[in-house]
Design a protein around this ligand. Structure first.
Ligand code: PBG
Length: 323
């Protein structure tokens, strides 16, 4: 046998040399849930190991994460039902608890990167990402609300905005609104290929944000489609996206790979709540080795082409690699 691939696997030193893909805390973005109040740390039933934090305890969680080397976070607000309405007005109410938290976090830790969604769902009494009229989810009419939300978050100090409603014309509109108000340094992470997925269940539990009626299939992509992701990527890039995202990640590795090949901006992957919940459940039963499986899943996303990964595993992965 002239060629024996096993020679390149014969010991750790050689394996390390020929390793094609690398994964470190630098690639990870840690999603965190915020709730109003003080002294609160509620575990999310369908997403164990993850919590709704009040700001005081969230700051401690961020501090601990920074010590482990994580420096990018995405923050989601769990808003009390009494503040939700059909125009998501609470999203841009001056100094709502979410905007206050963005300010406090950036004041306390100016060097970390803080990201946030720009979509109506956490604040909407309809549980949809856009305005609802007679059962229809409106596209263009939702834009001014997103504009107000984006400016409020930019004023609070957000670093990266993620228009996550998967509707048309978001990136271009927000880029224009941000630039007009001199927020040209605020980045846009486009939710480029966001699929109408069953993997978002635990996230919607965390925010109590499930749609009150219907589903999200008129705006999120059909899981069967791959070429359509190219069209979405082309539009987001033309509209000024700084990076583009594929979501969920695990069942969509081919889409990550496709966009990485075709686009010229960085690609992120969102390893969403349902994907992580499955692993937590199997690990709790002792059916899989949690540490090994997390590393393998995240490496798979990197191998597919993800530059960055939003993942609920971020802190555990960081802790494992510090040992
Ligand atoms: C909402 C949003 C969702 C997620 C991130 N932003 C849910 C949805 O579209 O219904 C899901 C993330 C996850 O499941 O971890 N715009």
């Amino acid at each position: 046998m002239l060629i024996r691939p096993r020679r390149n696997r014969k010991n750790a030193a050689i394996r390390d040399m020929v390793q094609e893909t690398h994964l470190s805390v630098n690639h990870l973005i840690y999603p965190l849930f915020l709730v109003d109040g003080q002294g609160t740390q509620q575990e999310i039933a369908s997403l164990p190991r993850n919590f709704r934090w009040s700001l005081d305890l969230l700051l401690k969680e961020i501090e601990a994460s920074l010590k482990l080397g994580l420096n990018k976070f995405v923050l989601f607000p769990a808003v009390d039902d009494q503040y939700k309405d059909n125009i998501a007005s609470y999203s841009y109410a001056q100094d709502n608890f979410y905007l206050k938290a963005i300010r406090s976090i950036k004041d306390r830790f100016p060097d970390l990167v803080l990201m946030s969604d720009v979509a109506m769902d956490p604040y909407s009494s309809d549980g949809h990402d856009g305005l609802v009229q007679e059962g229809k989810i409106l596209n263009d009419e939702t834009l001014p609300i997103l504009g107000k939300m984006a400016i409020a978050q930019a004023q609070a100090g957000i670093d990266v905005l993620g228009p996550s409603d998967m509707m048309d014309g978001r990136v271009g509109y927000l880029r224009q609104v941000l630039d007009e108000q001199h927020f040209n340094e605020v980045s846009i992470m486009a939710y480029t290929a966001k699929y109408a997925s069953a993997f978002y269940g635990p996230f919607r539990d965390a925010l109590n944000s499930a749609p009150k009626s219907g589903d999200k299939k008129t705006y999120q992509m059909n899981p069967a489609n791959r070429r359509e992701a190219l069209l979405e990527a082309q539009l987001d890039c033309e509209e000024g996206a700084d990076f583009i995202m594929v979501k969920p990640a695990l069942a969509y590795l081919d889409v990550i790979s496709l966009l990485k090949e075709k686009a010229t901006v960085p690609v992120t992957a969102y390893n969403v709540s349902g994907e992580c919940a499955m692993v937590y459940a199997a690990a709790e039963k002792g059916w899989v080795n949690y540490e090994a499986i997390v590393a393998e899943i995240l490496m798979g996303m990197r191998r597919a082409g993800a530059d960055g990964i939003l993942t609920y595993f971020a802190k555990d992965f960081a802790a494992f690699t510090q040992q």
